[in-house]
Design a binder for this molecule. Structure first.
Ligand SMILES: *Cc1c(COP(=O)(O)O)cnc(C)c1O
Length: 344
């Protein structure tokens, strides 16, 4: 076994469970499911999925067929849906052989699913996001009529803002419900839950907010931080006036100063766009970053905590709403870029 890493991601599974419970409660009479795509938004399926399941989640969503095996280590196949649907014949075969439920997104996918043998599926209707989904006008097509639909769903394009699009999509979705027999209707993602229970129907599909993201103000205070990031100092040094730090010498010391090289870089998902103006923390003490973020290292100004040395841990701020505001990255990107190296 290699020694303890100098970089660690801690997933607060109690916070994850409490976020699911808060989103389930905010969904009113509807059940909350859970989007677990992209390896639970970068935090790790094996860490997150058992916590969500044990909190009470019953319906789970991944994007790719390649994400199925990891999820099936923890849940039953009929609890899992694949959002991209059967894009090729072999996807439909794989759904049938595993028992995982495909989301049908087009007339072609509906025909492909029927041709492979079909059975229970979910159906995505496009009410305005124009990515995936069957057009409302096509719901009377025989290929759709032939489907056995469990969850009839659509996806909101603008739920994180106050846009007239939200009410338009809600109304378009409602208009579609009588056209397709189904067991459950589902429209809201995390931000959609915050729009109110009109948007909740039978099942909500939160993702981001489970993992600590706050897409709308209404959810502030209800959602706890889940991803905690720490990185160790691997070397300290004393700079003289005129010494430059890192690639291209973007920071030059004006006075003598003590700095620490920290085991965290863009390969870990700490992108260069997070560098300028950002800081790492020792307790409440901010230690500003100096110069460019490298692949495996950043350099922090230790003026505020001069006693720190090799092996001491610094906290990487990962309050998603704050970090998104300070950078050009979205809360979704801040989570999903986290590198594998973090998880030891
Ligand atoms: C990713 C996704 C979700 C979850 O969205 P969040 O904004 O992360 O809550 C829900 N539904 C579909 C179809 C998705 O692709």
């Amino acid at each position: 076994m290699p020694p303890e890493p100098t970089l660690r991601l801690r997933v607060d599974t109690a916070a994850l469970a409490s976020n699911w419970l808060a989103l389930d409660a905010a969904s009113g009479a509807a059940d909350a499911g859970a989007a677990i795509k992209a390896d639970c938004y970068g935090l790790g399926v094996d860490m997150c999925l058992p916590a969500l399941r044990d909190a009470g989640a019953r319906r789970f969503f991944v994007a790719h067929w390649s994400e199925v095996p990891a999820a099936l280590r923890h849940i039953a196949p009929e609890q899992l849906a694949v959002l991209h649907g059967p894009v090729r014949g072999e996807d439909a075969e794989y759904a049938l052989s595993t028992g995982v439920i495909p989301v049908i997104n087009s007339l072609d996918q509906a025909r492909r699913w029927a041709k492979a043998g079909g059975g229970t599926c979910h159906l995505m209707i496009d009410t305005g996001i124009n990515r995936l989904g069957v057009a409302p006008a096509d719901l009377s097509d025989p290929a759709i009529k032939a489907l056995k639909v469990d969850i009839l769903m659509s996806h909101l394009a603008n739920a994180d803002e106050d846009s007239p699009m939200n009410a338009r999509q809600l109304s378009a979705f409602r208009d579609c419900l009588p056209a397709v027999p189904h067991r459950m209707a589902s429209l809201a993602n995390s931000a959609g839950i915050a729009l109110g229970t009109d948007y909740a129907f039978d099942l909500t599909r939160p993702g981001l907010a489970l993992y600590g993201g706050v897409p709308r103000g209404e959810l502030a205070g209800k959602i706890a931080q889940v991803a905690m990031l720490d990185a160790a100092i691997i070397q300290t040094r004393d700079l003289k006036p005129g010494d430059a730090v890192g690639y291209n010498g973007e920071f030059t010391a004006q006075k003598p100063m003590r700095v620490g090289t920290v085991s965290l870089g863009y390969a870990d998902g700490f992108l260069r766009s997070r560098g300028p103006g950002a800081a790492l923390y020792h307790g409440d003490i901010a230690l500003p970053l100096l110069g460019k973020v490298s692949m495996d290292m950043v350099v922090a100004d230790l003026t505020g905590a001069p006693k720190l040395g090799e092996g001491d841990w610094l906290c990487v701020p990962y309050n998603l709403a704050d970090a998104a505001q300070q950078t050009t990255l979205s809360q979704y990107e801040l989570l999903t870029v986290l590198g594998r190296r973090m998880r030891g």
